[in-house]
Design a protein around this ligand. Sequence first.
Ligand SMILES: Nc1ncnc2c1ncn2[C@@H]1O[C@H](COP(=O)(O)OP(=O)(O)OP(=O)(O)O)[C@@H](O)[C@H]1O
Ligand SMILES: [Mg+2]
Length: 379
Amino acid sequence: MRTNFFKPNRRISKKRALVEIFHLQKELQRKSKLLTTTKALYSSIFTQTNYVIFIRTLEGMILAVNQRAVDLFGYNTAEELVGLHVSRLLSPKSFESLMKEQQKWLRDRCIKQCYYEYEIFRKNGEKMITESAPSLIKKNEQIIGIMTTARDITEQRQRQENMQFYLAEITRAQEGERKYIARELHDTFLQELTTISLKIDMLIGNREFAPEKIFSQLEQLQSNINNTAKKARFFAQELRPGDLDQLGLTPILVNLTNKFHNEEKEINTRFETTGSSYRLPPEIELALFRIAQEALRNVRKHAMATEVLVKVEFAPDKVNLTIADNGRGFKVPEVAGGFASKGKLGLIGMQERARLLGGTFSIKSQPGKGTEITVGIKT
Ligand SMILES: Nc1ncnc2c1ncn2[C@@H]1O[C@H](COP(=O)(O)OP(=O)(O)OP(=O)(O)O)[C@@H](O)[C@H]1O
Ligand SMILES: [Mg+2]
């Protein structure tokens, strides 16, 4: 057998040995051809991919880069980049976070997170954002370097930032408009209605000046005016929860929940708090109120629920607001702006309010399984 060839074996003939040598040479040729093809394949991946690839030591010295890296980072040749320290490419903040992350990779002996975002400076000083996927290079079970593939996501981030900027502006403008309309309603419209109602009161008081029939019509007119004023006051309150500043979040949410319960009698509406409640900055209280208001509006409009719970959890450094219903639920779109593109702005507005305060926002919903909206804000 071929495997026994190297063992001293006196019984093997010279002819047989030559045949074995011939086979071995053939095998060697085949393997070396395969190696060349594989090498060429790897090399073409390295050179032709649209991704930046660079290999570096654990200390941060760049050992190899592909042409894409040279082009993207604005250098003339690969040699210019080889030997550079990664800190020359990364912004100080990104370098610091990379080093922290690397400590974790080395400790865990693996990289659990798929992508990292880093700020990189091109040779001409221009800043770009990359999405990087690092992997550990091991030799005999020892980690000896890091290979990173990366792509430029500057434009994508810019678009996202623009979108967030507009959303933030819209949210602020909306709040401003609401404030303005609520003030106008209160200071002009409602004042005028009150004046008209008072004048009618005076007329009703002077019964000797006109026939009785006119007085009953005046009374009817006054009742209509008072009803309109009541609706306008209610509308102004919706627009601007005026009591929020004085009362704080919990009582104002209790009011909101009670009002919802009075209007939607068939929905069993509950309000709960946990922890000891405390006052939050006005912009946080207003945002949480708006989120609860829109979530309840959605329950009324879409859920067909029989139960809804509004819950506020006060932890020492965090407040969580949850609005959960047992209604028909819906399929949550994969992209955040999925509904916004169809002109539905409630959910994206809630998300934006939470984001503006650096908070978290989650929607749990499935057709037939109710909906749960949770916002968490660090206080
Ligand atoms: N509690 C809920 N139960 C069932 N479906 C819901 C619920 N909340 C939201 N949805 C679904 O999600 C969609 C998006 O909600 P969103 O609040 O963004 O828009 P909208 O209520 O349709 O319109 P808008 O809020 O802009 O007036 C709704 O059209 C509805 O299909
Ligand atoms: Mg809505």
